[in-house]
Design a protein. Structure first.
Length: 227
């Protein structure tokens, strides 16, 4: 059983989760009452959204695929299998899957409740249905938080690979969110809300399933049959 290199600062994570949840709730209420494109979103989308399927569109469309439901689900299962193999930690493995799953279910329900239409540019990519929150961005963010958690568990505090993996995870989530705006499938607030939702979803999974001090022996208790 490999050692886990961090503890779970539950109080700090609970504060972050609460702040993200409050920000998401405020944004969701605002967009429920005023679903149309804001002026700031108009300036952003006019500047970066593709109007034709040129080279930039195809590049960002390919990046966006990395946040699709299928891609996130496969990645979450692979990370869960790796976690079980490396640490024999059932709790940590479940977090790998539960965080993205909560984000996925949440975005499906919330899209119907809030009912924000997609921008007219969504016709270029053939997207339909409601836009807030973005499924791709919420799934990618939830997965990125999982990857950050595993990086903290795998590497000591000052190990350079911890920073490399964390930065890569953040860039992945940002790239997917930006890609969905560039291809015209979503407005900026759609992906911002999705990022908040994905963060909250994985943090809730961590807070519920992981003990305060995440040692390998603590996390493996759930994998050991009683008696």
């Amino acid at each position: 059983m490999r050692p886990i290199q961090c503890t779970i600062p539950k109080r700090s994570l609970a504060i972050v989760a609460a702040l993200c949840a409050a920000a998401f709730a405020a944004l969701a209420i605002y967009l429920w009452e005023s679903p149309h494109r804001t002026a700031i979103e108009g300036h952003i989308t006019d500047a970066i959204t593709s109007t034709t399927k040129d080279g930039a569109y195809r590049l960002f469309d390919a990046i966006g695929v990395l946040g699709s439901t299928a891609a996130v689900a496969v990645a979450a299962v692979v990370l869960a299998a790796f976690t079980w193999w490396w640490w024999r930690s059932l709790r940590l493995a479940v977090v790998c899957v539960l965080g993205p799953a909560l984000a996925g279910v949440g975005q499906i329900v919330l899209k119907e409740v809030i009912g924000r239409p997609r921008p007219s540019s969504a016709a270029l990519s053939g997207e339909s249905g409601f836009g807030f929150p973005s499924a791709h961005a919420s799934g990618a963010t939830a997965l990125a938080v999982v990857i950050v958690l595993l990086a903290f568990a795998a590497f000591p505090q000052r190990h350079p690979l911890r920073a490399v993996v964390v930065i890569a995870a953040v860039l992945y989530a940002v790239a997917v969110a930006a890609a969905r705006v560039v291809v015209g499938a979503h407005l900026p607030l759609d992906v911002l809300g999705a990022a908040l939702l994905g963060t909250v979803a994985t943090l809730v999974a961590i807070l519920v399933l992981l003990p305060e001090r995440a040692t390998a022996s603590d996390l493996a208790r759930s994998a050991t049959p009683p008696g």
